[in-house]
Design a protein around this ligand. Structure first.
Ligand code: CO
Length: 211
């Protein structure tokens, strides 16, 4: 797509007409409510569009994206999205998705972040410092990938400490949290094998994790 708004709007028309031709009631039915099954917290990277890589239609995934897929308990934006998804929409699954080739992670490894971006990425810088010894045993490429994965796990841990998540488990309501990494080089999602569904799972996860 060229950097041309006319093109963008034309594409949108074609997309909407294509969906309507297959399901004439699709947009009308969606217009009154949403009941997504997933909250997706991911990176803003243009190569990682949640709906497309998950094969989802509008209405199926509630999303929150930022640079580096960070979850910080003092981030009003992210915490509002989590609160709304859990308390209003009653979403029962959260996906925390990082991706290989993430520019935010690279900026920390190469120490190139400046200004506001440097401030925003501080949690990743701390994570990098904490794990520098383990990462120094790896090749540059593997260390980059490993830091992407560690960042996902650290953000899952942060997410699990939010009041919306803890309240959900305290009230014995179902909520599963998953850690994924997307590979921009082949289009596949990798499950990091973490599924946290209770406070007990969280304690177990924290015991085994590096952060
Ligand atoms: Co990224």
């Amino acid at each position: 797509m060229k950097g041309d708004i006319t093109q963008l709007i034309e594409n949108n028309r074609a997309w909407a007409e294509e969906i309507t031709s297959r399901d004439p009631m699709f947009f009308e039915q969606l217009s009154s409510h949403q009941s997504p099954q997933f909250l997706w917290i991911g990176c803003s990277d243009s190569r990682v569009p949640p709906n497309q890589i998950a094969g989802a239609l509008p209405g199926e995934i509630f999303t929150h994206q930022n640079v580096g897929n960070l979850v910080q308990l003092n981030d009003v934006n992210c915490m509002s999205a989590v609160k709304f998804a859990l308390e209003e929409l009653e979403v029962a699954n959260i996906v925390l998705c990082g991706h290989y080739g993430c520019g935010a992670i690279k900026a920390i490894i190469e120490n190139t972040a400046e200004g506001l971006l440097k401030k925003w990425l501080e949690p990743i810088a701390h994570l990098y410092q904490k794990n520098k010894i383990e990462l120094s045993d790896l090749s540059a490429e593997l260390a980059y990938k490993r830091l992407v994965e560690l960042n996902v796990l650290a953000q899952v841990n942060s997410l699990c400490r939010s009041s919306s998540v803890l309240d959900r488990w305290t009230n014995k309501n179902s909520l599963n949290i998953h850690a994924l990494v997307y590979d921009v080089g082949n289009g596949f999602l990798k499950d990091l094998g973490v599924k946290i569904s209770s406070k007990d799972d969280l304690f177990e996860f924290q015991r085994s994790a590096y952060f």
